[in-house]
Structure formats: C-alpha cells, structure tokens
Design a protein around this ligand. Structure first.
Ligand SMILES: Nc1ncnc2c1ncn2[C@@H]1O[C@H](COP(=O)(O)OP(=O)(O)OP(=O)(O)O)[C@@H](O)[C@H]1O
Ligand SMILES: [Mg+2]
Length: 338
C-alpha cells in the first residue's frame, strides 16, 4: 500500500501489525497500518478507546508492552528500518531520533530522582554534556518548555510539581536530545483545561520552532484540529480514513469519521452528558476482518459491506477512505451539483 503523502518522508510506516497473544485468543490490535510523516509535520492519530493508538505510538519506539508483538510491517526512520534493528540500536534511536511523551507524566518520571538528575541522565545517554554543561542545558530545556525559575526547579522532585509542570518536564525530557520525531500520547488528557491549552501551545511552538515532526495521539478531535496537519483515523486497528486535517475534519467520507465528529459536536452541544454518542460497541479484534469492521454500527451499511474489508481508496488528492459506499455517494452528489 502506498500513502498519499510525501516523496521522502522522515517516518514511513508500512503494513504495521501488532498482536497481543492471550490465554484463549490472540488480540489483533494493529492491522496493517501504513502512514508517512514529513519533517516538521504533525500527524494526528485519532479513534475511540482501544483502536490501537497507543500501541502504534509505542511500536514506533520499539516499546510495545509484553506480551505484545510486532508481527508484520516496517517502520523506517530517515530511511533506516528500525523494526529490523537490534535492541542496542533501537535504544540508541530512542531519544536521539524518536521520543515519547506519555499521557500520565508520572509514568515517565522517576519519583525518587530530582528533575535535574533525570534530565542530566537523559543528556548523559545521548550527548557528551556532563557536569555544569549538563546542568546549563537542563535549565535551558526547562525554560524552553515554559517552567519559571528553571534553575531552582532542577532540585525539585516530581511530586513537588503540579500536573501541568510535570507534563512540561516530561516534554523537556523527551526533547532533550532533539529527536526528529516526537510521539505525544494523549499529552493533555490528564490536565485541566487551561493547562491543556498551554501544553498544546508548547507542542505547537516546538514543532514550528525546532522543526520536529509530531505524532499526536488523541481521542479529542478538537485537540487534533488545532494541532495536526494531517489526520489518520483508526477503527479496530485499521486505518479507515487519512488526509489533511481540514479535509478529514470538515469533509469526512468514512461514516465512522463522521460519527466521531458528530459525537464531538454533541459533547460540545446540547447533550454534554452523552459521552458515547456512537451507538454499538468497538470491534472484538479477534482476527483479520472479513467484512467492514464498522458495518454493525454503520447507518449507511449495504449488503456489499459484508463482502470483505474495504481497502483505502483515494477520494480526492491526498485524501483516502475505506468506504466505497460513501465515496460513491459523495462523488455522485458532487457530480450532480456541478
Ligand atoms: N499490554 C497489553 N496487553 C494486552 N492487551 C493490550 C495491551 N495493551 C493494549 N492492549 C489491547 O490492544 C488494543 C489497543 O489498545 P491501545 O492501548 O493501543 O488503544 P488506544 O487507542 O490507545 O486506547 P485509549 O484511547 O483507551 O488509550 C486494546 O484492545 C487493548 O486492550
Ligand atoms: Mg491509548
């Protein structure tokens, strides 16, 4: 499968498959996911809980948790296939080329080490900065992520900081070695609304200012709309739609994308109590889909939707969706209007 994006992408993911073997069955969490990411670009990975967002993010760093396994596909960073790299090389690449910001900043920070000691440790692995120079750089990083009085904060322990400050430290750790790709997994979910906006603004400044490419994992389409250049929509571990943020969020083709956008409108609108506005439940991920995985919940389903899992097809330049039924209907409507 080819992706519509760039000629020479910084990150190139092809046919990624991740499974979690269980005692009774194998869970197919990521099913043949492909996408590209260009330098300086922000890509939003969106979809409901359990659709495989974090698993993809972790797979990029070689950090799929046990008993999970990457069973197929390739992940190329700057032309190097990291899935084929030995563990020592993967460790080198983490931090230097790829780094991750986690939803819960505490999980990335060591509670018994000061912020300064942790930053010095990160710098020690990937740079030759030591002693005073490492301290200077650590303070510089804290200043960069908007932490006031950064010198003093180097002596603080994570529990002495607010949630927003901890997430900023998590981001400072992640960018300490100037990775080419930053994977941010729900970076603001644990934060309150005003702090969320500040952290998102920080991510925007970092990608604009440092030219860093960002994979932004989020279930929040508002966050994605504000930050992402392109969007990949996942359903049951499959990519169902992909395109520029504007195309996907304002002119969605796949009924699932439309439903996600609709459910957000409903959250913002008259029914703030209805958090799960898409009726039905997410697919079981028991094995390769033999029909459209969204069919049981889809308002547009036709008998043909049972005949195999639709592949992504180009609906307009740079915009692909895995729903021939809607693609045809929308093309017909556009043709009729012209
Ligand atoms: N360590 C694990 N062991 C077994 N199954 C796992 C593990 N981690 C994830 N899974 C399963 O893989 C699937 C994808 O999970 P993942 O965490 O990637 O989803 P997600 O899109 O990030 O969801 P959320 O929005 O809730 O964070 C889910 O069915 C989940 O239960
Ligand atoms: Mg997740």
């Amino acid at each position: 499968m080819t992706s519509a994006a760039t000629v020479d992408p910084l990150l190139r993911v092809r046919g990624l498959e991740v499974v979690f073997p269980g005692s009774r069955r194998v869970l197919h969490a990521v099913n043949g996911v492909s996408f590209d990411l260009a330098r300086g670009e922000t890509l939003g990975l969106v979809g409901e809980s359990g659709c495989g967002k974090s698993t993809i993010g972790r797979a990029l760093l070689g950090l799929v948790p046990e008993p999970g396994q990457v069973v197929a596909g390739s992940i190329e960073v700057d032309g190097e296939d990291v899935t084929a790299a030995p563990p020592s090389r993967r460790r080198e690449l983490r931090g230097a080329k790829l780094a991750m910001v986690f939803q819960d900043p505490m999980s990335a920070l060591n509670p018994v080490m000061t912020v300064g000691a942790q930053l010095r440790e990160a710098l020690g692995v990937h740079t030759d900065l030591r002693g005073r120079k490492a301290d200077d750089r650590a303070a510089e990083l804290l200043a960069l992520v908007g932490i006031p009085a950064p010198r003093d904060r180097l002596r603080a322990y994570p529990h002495q900081l607010s949630g927003g400050m901890r997430q900023r430290v998590g981001i400072a750790m992640a960018i300490s070695c100037e990775p080419a790709v930053l994977v941010a997994d729900e970076p603001t979910t644990a934060l309150d609304v005003t702090v969320q906006a500040q952290v998102l603004d920080l991510l925007r400044r970092l990608s604009d200012g440092l030219g860093m490419a960002v994979v932004l994992v989020s279930h929040d389409l508002g966050v994605v709309a504000g930050l992402a250049d392109r969007v990949v929509v996942l359903y049951g571990g499959y990519v169902v739609e992909e395109g520029t943020a504007e195309d996907v969020l304002t002119a969605p083709v796949h009924p699932y994308t439309a439903a996600l956008i609709g459910s957000r409108a409903e959250i913002d609108g008259p029914r703030p109590d209805r958090l799960r506005a898409i009726p039905g439940s997410a697919p079981a991920l028991a094995g390769p889909a033999l029909e459209c995985p969204f069919r049981p919940r889809c308002a547009y389903a036709e008998p043909a939707c049972r005949q195999g899992n639709p592949v992504l097809e180009t609906v307009r330049p740079g915009h692909r969706a895995a729903c021939p039924v809607r693609a045809r209907a929308l093309a017909g409507a556009a043709g009729g209007a012209a």
